[in-house]
Design a protein around this ligand. Structure first.
Ligand code: NIG
Ligand code: FE
Length: 409
């Protein structure tokens, strides 16, 4: 397939760029009036229209006035869940807090109850609908977490659903084991016992079946302490799982430094952020991930992305798509929130949602930029004056077509 007359070809990078940090995030390399050639599902060539092949015999797509960029890389989601929690949201509108709802058996435990009652086939059907929806919105790689099982069978069921999605769909899907998402009722007074179940019983099974790439912990007051988080990270690493941690959503406990010390690929949420956290991230390989949809939906602070970038650090953007704190997997909306609420520039938001998102899933070698040899997972936008119009048109359908492995979705 040959794309011609592309108004702006965005995020053009050499293969050596693994992620974008600090002041570089404000730069978005592009080619005006460009062509892009796809062969065998990969980007094989691109450049200014003046150099476009003239003897091409395959499909030619005229992208006059349209922008072309890599698909969104959503590095943090919980799209495998059963039912929803819209009634809890209404309770919040009536004045209850997220913490109060959770304390009364709602929240994550409510989703866990529902998930354990749901047959695997039904869970797969519900989850695949969500995956198809976000792919149509422009997501071309996704990470999905377990964590609504909180039992051996429930967690394995979730991870098997993720594996089946990976087998059935053409986009890269990474699986994260989030058994340490909440303490289930039957372990309420025995957190150590629950952690043992996760590390000694579940992890060996997960490793044996190759069901997960990453290990996650909800490091938070009332959930898991820094010490618990370290214990789970160490056990995960022993089983070949790289840490990727929920931290600083409501409180700063020191989990960021612990995650960095254990080589976490990413630290996610960071709505709260201390100077010590920023210092811990400097010079590390750990990607800070902001989830603006969660801040929007819960009415909590937004991740201070500007502070992170001013400290020379990278930032990635993800949706956190889940039934409790962010029931939306729309990356376009996440970008709009990042710009309007976090004051990120469109260049910064696009870098955060493409290459940095790919990095936060360990996929930066195959996705996230316009680079020869990377997968042709591309967005072709509607006719837009420039890339700033993507986040500017919040909530509007700015994507015209999604290309996955060189084929239209
Ligand atoms: O990332 N913070 C922990 N986990 C999810 C929310 C889980 C839920 O409410 O179901 C999050 O926001
Ligand atoms: Fe999350």
């Amino acid at each position: 397939m040959l794309l011609t007359n592309i108004h702006q070809l965005l995020q053009v990078r050499p293969a050596t760029t693994r992620r974008i940090a600090g002041a570089d995030m404000a730069k978005l390399p592009l080619i005006n009036d460009a062509y892009l050639l796809i062969e065998d599902g990969l980007i094989s060539d691109f450049g200014p229209m003046a150099y476009a092949p003239t003897d091409y015999t395959g499909d030619i797509i005229d992208c006059d006035g349209q922008l072309v960029l890599p698909t969104w890389c959503d590095s943090h989601t919980h799209i495998v869940y059963a039912g929803d929690r819209s009634h809890e949201w209404v309770a919040r509108l009536e004045g209850k807090t997220y913490a109060e709802i959770a304390a009364a058996g709602g929240g994550i435990l409510n989703s866990a109850k529902r998930l354990n009652e749901t047959p695997e086939e039904d869970l797969y059907q519900q989850s695949k609908t969500r995956l198809e929806t976000v792919m149509a919105l422009g997501t071309g790689a996704i990470e999905i977490k377990s964590g609504y099982g909180l039992t051996v069978e429930g967690e394995l069921k979730m991870l098997r659903v993720i594996r089946r999605l990976r087998e059935e769909y053409p986009i890269p899907i990474k699986a994260t084991f989030l058994g340490a998402h909440a303490i289930p009722a039957n372990y309420k007074t025995d957190k150590a016992g629950y952690l043992r179940m996760l590390t000694d019983e579940l992890m060996p099974k997960i490793a044996e079946e190759g069901l997960a790439d990453f290990v996650d912990v909800f490091c938070e007051d009332g959930y898991f302490s820094v010490e618990d988080t370290e214990l789970v990270m160490v056990a995960g690493i022993k089983h070949g799982l790289v840490p990727k941690i929920h931290v600083n959503q409501f409180t700063t406990l020191g989990g960021v430094a612990a995650a960095v010390q254990h080589g976490a690929l990413s630290v996610d949420h960071l709505e709260e952020l201390s100077e010590a956290d920023v210092e811990a991230l400097k010079g590390s390989e750990t990607m800070p991930v902001a989830l603006p949809g969660c801040s929007f939906f819960l009415g909590i602070p937004y991740t201070p992305a500007r502070r992170l970038m001013d400290a020379g650090l990278p930032v990635a953007l993800a949706t956190d798509y889940n039934p409790g704190s962010a029931p939306s997997g729309n990356m376009n909306f996440a970008l709009s929130l990042a710009c309007t609420q976090m004051k990120m520039l469109p260049e910064e938001a696009i870098n955060a949602a493409t290459l940095n998102g790919a990095y936060a899933m360990g996929l930066e070698k195959e996705l996230g930029s316009i680079t020869v040899g990377k997968r042709a997972n591309l967005l072709i936008t509607k006719r837009l004056p420039s890339f700033g119009a993507l986040p500017y048109n919040f909530g509007m359908p700015t994507v015209s077509q999604v290309v996955i492995n060189g084929a239209f979705l």
